[in-house]
Design a binder for this molecule. Structure first.
Ligand code: X2W
Length: 295
């Protein structure tokens, strides 16, 4: 009894409890680690989910841990807010129609510089700093994502029409983690700007991925009562959209989820990428995170 009254001894007991909890968490992760052994997990990191350097380091650490335990992570990123800033610094006006940036020749050059340059290399470096070996490419590399123009009014905005995912398998088989900027190659040598969610969905479909994680800045798909729906299927998404419960910026994400499921992706999760260890919470704990969508 005297021991518990000694503040030093109490502190030691608390610390022991922390370590015991850590060991228990690891032990409880075993069935999840076994389930995801060898699984392909495509992670879309949106520009809004890319916060501070600490948040980026935490994301990178999760990705390296995933690979360490046998998952094959594939990162596809956005960077809308970073493109906005550069366009505004350069006094180039920009507008969105139905969630897609109207992209003229000058804009697509800035989009490529920002996405393939600044944003892509920041993620690559963060992963490498955590002991991973990341390689940054875009959808143009090895013709990964060949696009047609989405429609003439949007200019150089592309819709993926032909996927060649061999480059991803080649990198993965050498222990490299692909980090992909959402640009596509046109059949006549054009560069196309592709919405990040669309690119991630197309890549996950081409890989027949086990999971597509869409990391964003909201906690998931919300129901009519404002609470996050933790499990949904395609029919529920369609009816919630018809009822106007799924609206605005969530529509491109749920549409990406429906397309990815139709393409053969096993499940899609929409979750808050700013939450600490969001990917680990989703993959390796009973709790999960965000909204899981599967049929
Ligand atoms: C996007 C590409 C970046 C993106 C854009 O130009 O902003 C189109 O709109 P987030 O951060 O994922 O929104 N492309 C066609 O999707 O970034």
């Amino acid at each position: 009894m005297a021991q518990t009254l000694d503040p030093k001894a109490m502190k030691k007991q608390d610390m022991n409890r922390d370590w015991i909890a850590t060991a228990r968490t690891l032990s409880q992760a075993l069935p999840y680690l076994q389930r995801y052994e060898g699984a392909t997990v495509v992670i879309k990191l949106g520009g809004h989910a890319m916060g501070s350097d600490e948040a980026m380091d935490s994301f990178a650490r999760d990705v390296v841990l995933m690979q360490q335990v046998g998952v094959k992570p594939v990162i596809v990123h956005g960077g809308g807010p970073m493109i906005n800033k550069m366009l505004s610094d350069l006094n180039i006006k920009s507008e969105f129609v139905d969630g897609k940036r109207v992209t003229d020749k000058a804009t697509v050059e800035v989009v490529e510089m920002v996405l393939s340059g600044l944003v892509n290399k920041r993620i690559v470096q963060a992963i490498n700093n955590q002991g991973g070996r990341a390689v940054g490419i875009s959808g143009k590399d090895a013709n990964l994502m060949v696009c047609d123009q989405t429609n003439a009014d949007l200019g150089y905005v592309g819709t993926p029409v032909e996927m060649k995912p061999a480059i991803i398998d080649d990198l993965g088989s050498k222990g490299l983690i692909p980090v992909i900027a959402p640009l596509g190659a046109g059949k006549n040598g054009e560069t196309f700007n592709v919405n990040g969610d669309t690119a991630a969905g197309a890549i996950a479909g081409a890989l027949q991925a086990d999971r597509l994680l869409l990391l964003t800045d909201v906690s998931g798909v919300k129901g009519a009562d404002g609470e996050v729906l933790t499990a949904l299927d395609s029919n529920m998404i369609r009816s919630l959209t018809t009822d106007g419960v799924i609206a605005g910026g969530m529509i491109p994400k749920t549409q990406t989820a429906l397309d990815a499921l139709a393409d053969g992706v096993r499940a899609v999760v929409i979750l808050d990428g700013r939450a600490p260890n969001a990917c680990l919470l989703e993959l390796f704990t009973e709790h999960g995170a965000g909204s899981l969508i599967r049929d």
